[in-house]
Ligand binder design. Structure first.
Ligand code: UD1
Ligand code: CA
Length: 456
């Protein structure tokens, strides 16, 4: 049977007090809405339709091209939002309704909801949960047979109804046919003068069809983001789920509360993550690594047995058994080979470093290709920019770049080339040659005495 998801995301999100549409705020590195779309797609949904309204253009742009959007230019309620997607609803099939601001619902729960719906032969099924503080939510009013009588919104509820702890999550599974029949019949005769999707359930019942209630015990799954406090709460829950998953798969996280890992990051077995570390985007980390403390690694490939301490790495790769940091900065398009040492205060940009090479301290290596077994001394600068253009430096295998040298690009240091400390290299260094490019030392005897500055 064809399964579609309709994701409601047209609301303004006033309480966020933000210029950014609410559903584009990030949780664990991804927009809230993106989490919801991914979740729907992981739950066998064939097509996702997102109802956009506030910030429609921005929201559309954030979505992958295969996700369909429909516009709700005026927000007249959840029922009205669903009406905008009316033409996309098949005559036969299932429709899963999700909220663009609720990223914590799990695949397992969605699958159970759909199973319950199908097995019970329901025409609509509502996901519910009990809340100790149900304020603000629609309450589930059950009849004497414990079946759904109706859903009342807080603003329309009597004192008695307000005391009910079971709430409507806003997540539903509908049979397309029943949904299509009920949507046009929804009226806005209520306290908010809105078209409530919840009324579709009463209409379906009145049509003699079955409406199911599927209760989840984990109230966290239905949490939505309405303000920045909830944004932080939701982030904390998702972060803790991600960290737990890695720990269960054999990663040591010294302090999960202070470790920030995006959803798509992969980490190998027996890697240890120290506090203050952020692993972002599509980063992949191998086995037996030691990462952190305080490292930010975004969209990087890290091999096995790598150590990265107090460093920032962006769009770069580090191969097996290399060490980075403390306080190193790998900027985009850098690739570090095996058994390499990138030490303290070393910056790489668009640079390739061959196996067994070392830059142990205080160096800038930009737009460079460095071979194997190369030693880059302390304070070496790859001078890649003349104020207008960037140029490349090539350093071949076994070269030795003495401390505090400048390599003025474009320049080539050939195999086994040896550069004397303090040199400013502007010409090619031949294979096996020593290049000394600094002024000779001159000593002026007794100069201090002559100046009357001698101290004893
Ligand atoms: C809705 C439910 C309520 C439920 C609660 C769960 C109705 C009438 N009420 O209430 O029973 O307990 O969710 O969170 O459905 N949206 C649109 N267009 C609109 C209105 C809303 O796209 O015109 C979207 C919002 O962006 C949001 C979602 O629908 O993602 C829910 O809207 P919201 O206004 O928060 O619904 P509630 O009043 O909280
Ligand atoms: Ca809400």
């Amino acid at each position: 049977m064809k399964l579609k998801a309709i994701i409601l995301a047209a609301g303004e999100g006033k309480r966020m007090k933000s210029r950014l549409p609410k559903v584009l705020h990030k949780v664990c590195g991804q927009p809230i809405l993106e989490h919801v779309v991914e979740l729907a797609e992981a739950s066998y949904v064939e097509e996702c339709i997102v109802v956009v309204g506030h910030g429609a253009e921005e929201v559309k742009k954030s979505l992958p091209t295969h996700v369909k959007t429909v516009l709700q230019s005026e927000q007249l309620g959840t029922g009205h939002a669903m009406m905008m997607a009316y033409d996309n609803i098949d005559d036969n099939g299932l429709v899963l309704v999700l909220y663009g601001d609720g990223p914590l619902i799990t695949e397992e729960t969605l699958k159970s909801l759909m199973d319950y719906h199908t097995k019970g032969d329901y025409s609509a099924t509502v996901l519910t949960t009990d809340l100790t503080n149900p304020q603000g939510y629609g309450r589930i009013i059950r009849d004497e047979n414990l079946q759904l009588k109706k859903i009342v919104e807080e603003k329309d509820a009597t004192t008695e109804e307000k005391a009910v702890k079971e709430i409507n999550s806003g997540i539903y599974c509908f049979s397309s046919k029943a949904l299509k029949k009920s949507l046009p019949l929804i009226k806005n005769e209520n306290a908010q003068k809105e078209y409530y999707l919840t009324d579709a359930l009463t209409l379906i019942k009145e049509d003699g069809l079955k409406v199911g209630l599927y209760k989840t015990l984990d109230y966290k799954e239905i949490m939505a983001v309405n303000d920045r406090l909830q944004l932080a709460e939701v982030e904390e829950i998702m972060r803790s789920r991600i960290n737990s998953r890695h720990m269960k798969e054999g990663v040591t996280i010294i302090n999960p509360k202070a470790t920030y890992i995006d959803k798509k990051v992969k980490i190998g077995q027996d890697t240890i993550i120290y506090p203050g570390t952020m692993l972002k985007g599509k980063t992949v980390i191998g086995e037996d690594c030691i990462i952190g403390p305080n490292s930010v690694i975004e969209d990087c490939q890290i091999g096995n047995g790598v150590e990265i301490q107090n460093s920032n790495l962006v769009e770069s790769s580090v191969d097996d058994f290399s060490t980075v940091g403390p306080f190193a900065y790998l900027r985009p398009n850098s690739s570090v080979g095996k058994h390499v040492k990138i030490g303290d205060f070393v910056e790489l940009k668009n640079a390739k470093i061959g196996d067994h090479s070392k830059a142990s301290h205080l160096a800038y290596i930009g737009d460079a290709e460095v071979g194997q077994h190369v030693n880059i001394g302390c304070g070496v600068v790859f001078v890649n920019y003349d104020g207008k253009n960037k140029f490349k430096t090539i350093v071949e295998d076994y070269a030795f770049i003495g401390s505090n040298s400048n390599l003025i690009a474009p320049v080539l240091v050939k195999k086994n080339g040896f550069i004397a400390s303090g040199s400013t290299i502007t010409k090619e260094v031949p294979e096996g040659a020593l290049a000394v490019a600094r002024s000779r030392q001159e000593n002026k005897e007794n100069w201090v005495t002559r100046k009357g500055m001698l101290k004893e």
